[in-house]
Design a binder for this molecule. Structure first.
Ligand code: AMP
Ligand code: MG
Length: 397
């Protein structure tokens, strides 16, 4: 039995960033940028006006100019250069003529026939956006490895990066095991249990942007599970649930091994989720999650979450230090990854441990938004202590 830290070390050693692919910029939101973006042109690409008004070049009179006939709008070609004492009507986004000293906004211009006046002096550069003031051709703009948020997508567009190279999305498959499992839509007969892990893990993956395939539950027969696992070469991540404990019909680890996975750990000193197993076959990682739903989702977040982070070139997710709102009393033989609610109070993290009946308590875990780590060997943690918590993705929602 290894510790959580040791297990995470093994997972991060075995999981590596996925290869890259080019995607249209409009489809790249949320993806991880695979190579750095630099500017292929200046931005703004030309001197332009930030306001509707007049581009002016004052002459001898600092508060007055003659208005030329043409009007420049966004998309116009730049007007001829301004001479001293000249002005041109310009709309936001229009190129301004050479010689422009500043823009007199339309609200501040008094027009009298072909002449405008304003309250002088005109500060040089007023409301003019100069070519290249945001970035210049060749400037580094976005480093590789970051997630493309909408703001970065806009920047990529400004830099002419479409399509954009991103890391491939992981391909994942979920395979529950257990003779007792029936679909959630079914009325369970005696001894049967509704399959929560299938839909639950699909949702846990979706929450991390991974669209996964869901298999119907396999029976507790080694050959059946092996055959399923043999057909997973195309996947980066294979999640089974059930059959990893010490029961007579727990066959998943043997099946994985027969399906050519090297089993890299089995059993981690964590509660819930001790029976969790992990293996690899070439690029395919397999997590043998326990059958109890709270254990399955908890070990998913802990260990499969770390693998997914590595697929994106990131390190294992870090914890948040939070003030404990109620004391914890527990058997401390194993490290605890407890159901908890993390909140912010005046900007500081606070955490409330939830009272769980155990790894089958799907009702309590439905209220959690974080895992609270309680160290092995401490049977009491006091209110007010600072404890490490792992916020679940979207925990503030
Ligand atoms: P196992 O890990 O196979 O020993 O299963 C442990 C417990 O979790 C048993 O009570 C199972 O009935 C339950 N269980 C296993 N798989 C699922 C599942 N997919 N959905 C809900 N409960 C499950
Ligand atoms: Mg079972």
């Amino acid at each position: 039995v290894i510790s959580v830290a040791e297990a995470l070390e093994i997972v991060s050693r075995e999981a590596s960033p996925l290869d890259l692919e080019d995607v249209p910029l409009s489809r790249a939101g949320g993806r991880i940028l695979a190579s750095a973006v630099s500017a292929d042109a200046d931005f703004p690409p030309f001197d332009t006006t930030a306001m509707d008004g007049y581009a002016v070049r004052p002459g001898d009179d600092p508060g007055c100019a003659r208005v030329r006939g043409e009007t420049a709008a966004a998309g116009s070609r730049p007007p001829e250069a301004l001479g001293p004492g000249e002005a041109v009507r310009v709309m936001t986004g229009a190129p301004v003529p050479e010689g422009t000293v500043g823009i007199v906004p339309v609200e501040q211009a008094r027009r009298n026939g072909g002449v405008i006046t304003w309250d002088a002096p005109l500060p040089p550069g007023l409301h003019v956006r100069r070519r290249g003031e945001v970035f210049r051709r060749g400037d580094p703009l976005i480093a590789a490895g970051v997630r493309l948020n909408p703001e970065r997508i806009v920047l990529c567009a400004g830099a002419g990066r479409d399509p954009v190279p991103v890391l491939r999305r992981p391909r994942a498959i979920v395979l529950p095991t257990g003779n007792e499992l029936v679909p959630a839509a079914a009325q369970p007969a005696a001894g049967q249990i509704r399959n929560g892990n299938g839909p639950g893990l699909i949702a846990a993956l979706a929450r991390r942007g991974v669209e996964a395939q869901e298999r119907p539950p396999a029976a507790d027969r080694r050959e059946d599970i092996r055959r399923e696992l043999e057909a997973t070469n195309d996947f980066d991540l294979v999640l089974t649930t059930g059959g990893v404990s010490a029961g007579d019909f727990d066959e998943t680890v043997e099946a994985a091994s027969e399906a050519d996975f090297s089993v890299l750990f089995h059993r981690v000193a964590v509660k819930p989720g001790m029976p969790v197993a992990f293996g690899r076959r070439r690029r395919t990682l397999w997590f043998g999650l326990p059958g109890n739903p709270v254990s399955a989702l908890t070990t998913f977040e802990l260990f499969a979450g770390a693998a997914l982070a590595r697929f994106e070139g990131r390190s294992v997710p870090t914890t948040v230090a939070a003030r404990l709102l109620r004391p914890i009393v527990r058997k401390a033989a194993r490290e605890g990854a407890l159901d908890a609610r993390l909140t912010l109070c005046d900007g500081r993290a606070e955490v409330e441990p939830l009272e769980s009946h155990g790894s089958h308590d799907v009702r309590t875990s439905a209220s959690r938004n974080a895992l609270l780590f309680a160290p092995a060997g401490r049977s009491r943690i006091e209110e007010g202590e600072i404890v490490p918590c792992l916020p679940l993705p979207g925990w503030l929602d």
